[in-house]
Design a protein around this ligand. Structure first.
Ligand code: ADP
Length: 215
């Protein structure tokens, strides 16, 4: 089972690379940003509260995002299961096909979130295979996010001050998550500037290295 954390600041290209990785490795995509935005669209209490923070470029509370991930893991319990086709266990797995694992995108964003994820995965007898960090400098990030804001409709991509706040929030709260995985020998940094296909190939090479010999 391949459980991948795709890491990097806002605008590093996590969404673009996630799509390609999901297709290649048949992964379930767990993006806390997407999950939060669907709560906002649905107008839930959680969505209303999250929006206030997201509109300021601030992180949503650990409790909320951990709860969302916990729920999604429970919903997808049979992912990676090797139950024979036709059995109820297998039929419950996503698409009833051999889903290969999870890709975590935009999560964990703080050390307590990373600790909680480890605990949750242990509960399901699995673990993070590797964390791939896309490295992009702050100037390039701002440029990309402002460009994305022209078409994405995301309010947090349309204001330069807000973008800088998100990058600052990343540098103070999220960067330490890289050390957390580094201590476990699971951190791989990849240059996120350049050709999308070339970056994808580099990521696949790192996944190959990380999973050699693993079950
Ligand atoms: P980006 O990759 O551009 O940062 P995301 O879609 O991942 O965008 O996240 C958008 C916003 O949602 C973040 O700025 C933050 O407010 C909130 N958010 C997403 N994931 C988390 C998380 N794991 N912990 C706390 N807040 C989160």
């Amino acid at each position: 089972m391949l459980n991948l954390v795709l890491f990097g600041p806002p605008g590093a290209g996590k969404g673009t690379q996630s799509e390609k990785l999901i297709r290649k490795y048949n992964l379930v995509h767990l993006s806390t940003g997407d999950l939060l935005r669907s709560q906002i669209v649905a107008g839930t209490e959680l969505g209303v509260q999250a929006k206030q923070l997201m509109d300021q470029g601030l992180l949503v509370s650990d409790e909320v995002v951990i709860g969302m991930i916990e729920y999604k893991l429970r919903e997808n319990q049979s992912v990676g299961a090797t139950a024979p086709a036709g059995t109820p266990e297998r039929d419950r797995s996503v698409g009833a096909t051999s889903v290969g694992g999870f890709i975590f995108d935009g999560f964990p964003r703080t050390v307590p979130q990373a600790e909680a994820l480890d605990q949750l995965l242990t509960h399901y007898n699995t673990r993070i295979s590797t964390m791939v960090a896309l490295v992009v400098d702050d100037e390039e990030l701002t440029r990309r996010l402002l460009k994305r804001g022209e078409t994405s409709g995301r309010p947090d991509d349309q204001n330069e001050d807000l973008i800088r706040r998100r990058v600052t929030e990343y540098n103070s709260k999220t960067r330490p998550v890289a050390d957390y995985y580094s201590q476990q020998g699971k951190y791989v940094a990849i240059d996120g500037i350049g050709d999308v296909e070339a970056i994808f190939e580099t990521i696949c090479g790192e996944i190959q290295k990380a999973t050699v010999g693993a079950e």
